[in-house]
Write a protein that binds this ligand. Structure first.
Ligand code: ATP
Ligand code: MG
Length: 331
């Protein structure tokens, strides 16, 4: 029924830790919203997570925890597709073909590669270098219309566009060029301890991020310790990354604009900003945590959901890969 089909949204998250406020506000919250008007495909990017050292048992455990957490955040697996990346071998296969269409210089420019190489200077592996190409394969296998991501992934999405265009120009129109879907507020939530760096779930410093599963007490303690400045003005400004970050988090959860948040804190102190932000975050996370704890009791059910998701996704991916194999002369 061409023409009447819903547009497709696709995105993934790595099982590198329980996800943070950054992942939630930058990506997962939009995944939840897009379900209304899009056919959604979401996946746990476990192949990507091997680009940094992983303990196998922890990785397996985290993978099912992230599945539970996504469902707790409102991902409806009855209507949409959720799967685990490694369950579909086509991702790795398409990635190889796309690598042969990607220039060394293009990958060398990627800021995530530079940042992560700096952080893990003893393990700058080829997988980390080729990460954006696997991401291009993840996307292009499903020909989606929109990709809901945080701003840190924008550069990778632009590279996906370059690779897809190059493939189309070389072998004939095959891939749709996907568009990013980046939120106005929350596209880049910053670390609480160093607000010039993005909040990351794989950060070794636990105080730098709020995990979706943090208790009310931990949330308050982390916000209390958050780095700010000393001029006591609660305004959103590039010169005040710590305060601006807290205002972004507050307004995202209080569902108001940053201007409204500035207004709300006009005659208040940094302490008020920290306490009220902690409060609104904890209140919003509580129902998610309750649902998560319930879902985690039945890991077999979670496994089954992902197997069913993989079955649906595999059928779409196979069609694309067959087409690609034929076009490049492998079939
Ligand atoms: P890692 O440190 O292991 O790379 P991460 O926190 O960056 O973990 P990813 O799994 O790489 O998380 O990314 C999942 C999604 O979350 C992506 O769409 C990414 O753009 C988004 N995201 C990650 N960090 C932030 C952030 N600080 N603010 C907003 N969005 C973010
Ligand atoms: Mg990341």
């Amino acid at each position: 029924m061409e023409g009447t089909e819903k547009k497709v949204a696709l995105s993934g998250i790595q099982p590198t830790g329980i996800f943070t406020l950054g992942n939630y506000l930058g990506a997962v919250r939009n995944w939840e919203k897009l379900q209304k008007n899009y056919e959604c495909i979401f996946f746990i990017a476990n192949l990507h997570s091997l680009t940094t050292k992983r303990d196998a048992t922890i990785l397996k455990d985290l993978t099912s925890k992230i599945v539970a957490l996504l469902i707790a955040c409102g991902i409806d697996t009855n209507k949409h597709t959720l799967f685990i990346q490694s369950d579909i071998s086509y991702h790795a296969e398409l990635s190889w073909i796309l690598q042969c269409l990607t220039q060394f210089g293009e990958l060398k420019r990627m800021t995530q590669f530079k940042d992560k190489s700096q952080k893990n200077s003893s393990n700058i592996n080829a997988g980390l270098f080729c990460y954006p190409v696997l991401m291009a394969a993840d996307i292009l296998l499903y020909n989606p219309d929109v990709i809901p991501i945080g701003i840190d992934q924008k550069q990778h999405l632009e590279l996906t566009e370059t690779i897809a265009t190059r493939f189309n120009n070389t072998y004939g129109k095959t891939f749709k060029i996907p568009k990013g879907y980046i939120p106005e507020i929350g596209a880049k939530i910053m670390s609480l301890t160093d607000p010039t760096k993005k909040m990351s779930k794989s950060d070794e410093n636990q105080n730098s991020f709020i995990s979706i599963l943090d208790t009310e007490e931990t949330i308050l303690n982390k916000f209390k310790k958050a780095t700010t400045d000393s001029d006591n003005k609660i305004i959103y400004s590039e010169e005040k990354p710590g305060i601006s970050n807290l205002l972004s988090i507050f307004s995202s959860f209080a569902d108001c604009s940053v201007e409204d948040a500035e207004d709300h804190f006009k005659n208040k102190t940094y302490k008020d900003l920290k306490f009220e932000t902690a409060d609104v975050v904890a209140k919003n996370l509580k129902p998610v945590q309750e649902k998560y704890n319930e879902l985690l009791k039945d890991r077999n059910k979670l496994k089954k959901i992902c197997e069913e998701g993989a079955e649906k996704a595999r059928a779409i991916a196979k069609k694309t890969l067959d087409d690609v194999y034929e076009k490049v002369g492998l079939k």
